[in-house]
Design a protein around this ligand. Structure first.
Ligand code: SF4
Ligand code: SF4
Length: 87
C-alpha cells in the first residue's frame, strides 16, 4: 500500500515550492534559514493545527534548496523551474 501526501505547490522566483502540510509542524526553521526571506506563514494548517509555510514573502526564491535541507520533517521539496537557467 502506498501513502499519498497532500501537497501545496507554489511558484516563486526560480523555484517550484512543494509543501506537504501533513508533515509540516510549523517550527519556522526553513523561514529562519532562507537566504532571501521569501518563506512566510500560510493560511493552511499543518499536522498540529499550526500554520504551514509558503514562499512569496520576500525576495524571489533562488532555488538554493536550503529550506528543503534544514526541514527536520522533510515537508518541503524544491524544484528549479525548467524555464530558469542555473546560476
Ligand atoms: S529554495 Fe532557498 S531561496 Fe527558495 S525558499 Fe528555499 S531557502 Fe528560500
Ligand atoms: S516546512 Fe519544515 S522547517 Fe518549515 S516550518 Fe514546516 S516543519 Fe518547520
Amino acid at each position: 500500500m502506498t501513502t499519498a501526501y497532500k501537497v501545496i505547490t507554489k511558484i516563486d522566483g526560480k523555484g517550484v515550492f512543494h509543501l506537504f502540510p501533513e508533515l509540516c509542524k510549523g517550527c519556522g526553521l526553513c523561514m529562519e534559514k532562507c537566504p532571501v526571506k521569501t518563506i512566510g506563514w500560510a493560511k493552511e494548517l499543518g499536522v498540529f493545527g499550526t500554520p504551514v509555510v509558503e514562499p512569496g514573502h520576500g525576495e524571489p526564491c533562488i532555488a538554493c534548496k536550503t529550506c528543503e535541507m534544514v526541514c527536520p520533517d522533510c515537508a518541503i521539496l524544491i524544484e528549479r523551474r525548467k524555464d530558469e537557467k542555473a546560476d
